[in-house]
Every structure is written in C-alpha cells, then in structure tokens.
Design a protein around this ligand. Structure first.
Ligand code: 3PG
Length: 204
C-alpha cells in the first residue's frame, strides 16, 4: 500500500493516545466496526509500541500506523511492531532518508508553504498539515491549492465533529486526522459502542 491508498481508505484517521494497553484492541475493533480502518497510534505513551503490535496481530481489518514519529531511529521499532505507515508532525532530512531506507509509507507534516516545498522536493506529495487549525485551516488549504496543485493534504489538529466535513469538501484534502473519534473519556469508561457510533457518524 502507498500512503495515497492509506489516505483514501477512510475519511477520518483517528489520532489515538493509548494510556492503558488493554484499551488498544477493543478501541481498534470499535473504530473498524464504525468504518474507520486507518488508525494512527501516537508514540506518546510508554505502551504505544505494544499497542500497535496488539492491534496488528488481533485486528486484521485495521490498517494500523504510528503518529508522532520524530526520530529516524523509531522506524525500525515501529516496523517490527507491525506498523503499516508512519505520520510525523514535521519533516527532517534524517526522517526523509529513513522513510526511503525502510520503505514504510510516510506522511510528513508541514505548516508553511516553504515546508511544503521542501517536503515535495524530498519526494512527498501527500502531506499532513499540522496543526491544521493554527496553520489557517480551510483558508490555508484553499490558498495552497493554486501554487501547489500536485500536493494533497491530511489536515490534523483542531478538527472536530462539527468542522471535519468542511475540510473533506476541499479538492486537495484526502482525509482528515483527529482525536475526537477516540476520546479518552469513552476509552476509560470502556464505552466501545459509543466509539463505534462516533466512527459511524464520521463516515456518514
Ligand atoms: C494531535 O497531535 O494530537 C493531533 O493533531 C490531534 O489533534 P486534535 O486532538 O486537535 O484532533
């Protein structure tokens, strides 16, 4: 699968923070049941890598990847855990080199036109706009369309159940990322049906 295939597989990419490893598989199953197959598990908690491994082993319909990948040394570890793709809030020369070396579909983040040009020149036409709301949101994405017709974005950061459809309506947006479909309150309460319902709503 290419990063393009992955971004087209679902309209919303849940940005997941797993604090408790026992939440990983039921959360993934709940999201997949609601139609969201592409899951970004952020590398922000001690159990994140084990969460990716559990989901990769136990939820075959999920396309599980990692987010918050900021060091090139992380590539080998996440591939070993079964990650199918990686997302970063930014791009460095070391990350660009590692993504090519490991052949892992990679979605680097950008915030400015200059960063978008650097990413494009490094070979990336699919970019995360991060943090999307703070970067200018819908207006920024519209403004990026004319100078950069070759670029497609996955805006993430500050997107909500109320705003995500406006982003998806833009021709240069492939999908959006957001944590609203995997809220920690529902995870802590074990409300997996509630999470499936949030996922369904995001697919409607
Ligand atoms: C993040 O880094 O946590 C993501 O960008 C998600 O942002 P959100 O919580 O605003 O959806």
């Amino acid at each position: 699968m290419t990063i393009e295939d992955i971004l087209k597989a679902a309209p919303v990419m849940p940005v997941i923070v797993i604090e408790d490893l026992t939440h990983a598989v039921p959360l993934a199953k709940a999201l997949v049941a609601g139609g969201l197959r592409v899951l970004e598990v952020t590398l922000r908690t001690p159990v994140a890598i084990d969460a990716v491994r559990s989901i990769a082993e136990s939820v075959p319909d999920a396309i599980v990847g990692v987010g918050t990948l900021t060091h090139s040394e992380q590539f080998a570890k996440v591939i070993d855990a079964g990650a199918k793709f990686a997302v970063s809030p930014g791009l460095t020369p070391a990350l660009a080199k590692a993504s090519a070396q490991y052949d892992l579909p990679f979605l680097p983040g950008v915030f400015t036109p200059g960063e978008a040009m650097q990413a494009r020149d490094a070979g990336f036409n699919h970019l995360k706009l991060f943090p999307a709301k703070q970067a200018g949101g819908i207006g920024m994405l519209k403004a990026m369309a004319s100078p950069f017709p070759e670029l497609t974005f996955c805006p993430t950061g500050g997107i909500s159940a109320e705003s995500f459809r406006d982003y998806l309506a833009l021709p240069n947006v492939a999908c959006v990322g957001g944590s609203w479909v995997a809220p920690s309150t529902l995870m802590r309460g074990g409300d997996w049906d509630g999470i499936t319902e949030l996922a369904r709503e995001a697919c409607r």
